[in-house]
Design a protein around this ligand. Structure first.
Ligand SMILES: Cc1cc2nc3c(=O)[nH]c(=O)nc-3n(C[C@H](O)[C@H](O)[C@H](O)COP(=O)(O)OP(=O)(O)OC[C@H]3O[C@@H](n4cnc5c(N)ncnc54)[C@H](O)[C@@H]3O)c2cc1C
Length: 188
């Protein structure tokens, strides 16, 4: 392994966040970016994430970010050739009280302002979309058709792959705590 003597950016950690930063820096044209992973890519929290892709969030910026992630992940398999397991099967959030329904309506209004597709649905709509769910005590809910699920490990591998072997070959994913220590004391 060739230890670089300097780098424009050093990313520590090869989970989804580190690989996503490398991916986006590469898209911005950054070269000489090094990602350091002490063990192997995706070995941390990313490895056991549930894999839900949901866009409805409590704040404007989190909603914008979640919408962007959903769109990015949807196209990642075609871009990289790595099977990400992304399925746009939609999501339902159910309200059991009027107050919770009001909160969902407010969130839905905010989501729409950012172009997130979202529909208010009735208890019978919920039952028809998810047969078997008891909706006796449901007040209503919201349906997001573009939500879904994906494999977090392969999403991360796909983000890393783009820069390692394709358009931005100068972004190297390296795996060594010793390398991290070497770089940390090197002039940048
Ligand atoms: C597709 C997808 C779906 C998700 N779905 C859900 C969900 O449904 N619900 C939910 O709650 N969350 C979900 N998440 C989020 C997930 O649970 C975690 O929050 C996320 O994966 C954390 O990523 P991370 O890169 O911050 O951390 P990590 O995956 O833990 O990555 C950190 C990395 O840093 C490395 N590292 C640490 N210290 C050092 C060091 N000193 N030197 C070198 N390397 C070091 C570790 O080895 C590790 O690989 C999802 C994530 C994805 C990608």
């Amino acid at each position: 392994m060739i230890v670089p003597s300097h780098a424009r950016a050093v990313i520590i950690g090869g989970g989804v966040v580190g690989c996503s930063i490398a991916y986006h820096l590469g898209k911005l044209g950054w070269r000489d970016v090094v990602l350091l992973e002490r063990k192997q890519l995706t070995c941390g929290t990313t490895w056991h994430a549930a894999g839900l892709i949901a866009q409805l969030r409590a704040t404007q910026n989190m909603t914008r970010l979640a919408k962007y992630s959903q769109e990015l992940y949807f196209g990642l398999e075609a871009e990289t050739g790595v099977a990400t397991g992304f399925k746009r099967n939609g999501s339902i959030t159910v309200a059991l009280t009027d107050e919770r329904m009001e909160e969902l309506r407010r969130s839905a209004a905010m989501a729409r302002a950012f172009g997130v597709e979202i529909d208010e649905i009735s208890p019978s709509d919920i039952a028809s979309r998810y047969p078997g769910l008891s909706v006796d005590d449901a007040v209503g809910g919201v349906w997001l058709p573009k939500d879904g699920q994906a494999d977090p490990v392969n999403i991360t591998q796909a983000l890393a792959k783009v820069h390692v072997i394709m358009a931005w070959p100068s972004i190297r994913v390296q795996k060594s705590l010793a390398l991290l220590k070497t770089l940390a004391v090197s002039p940048v």
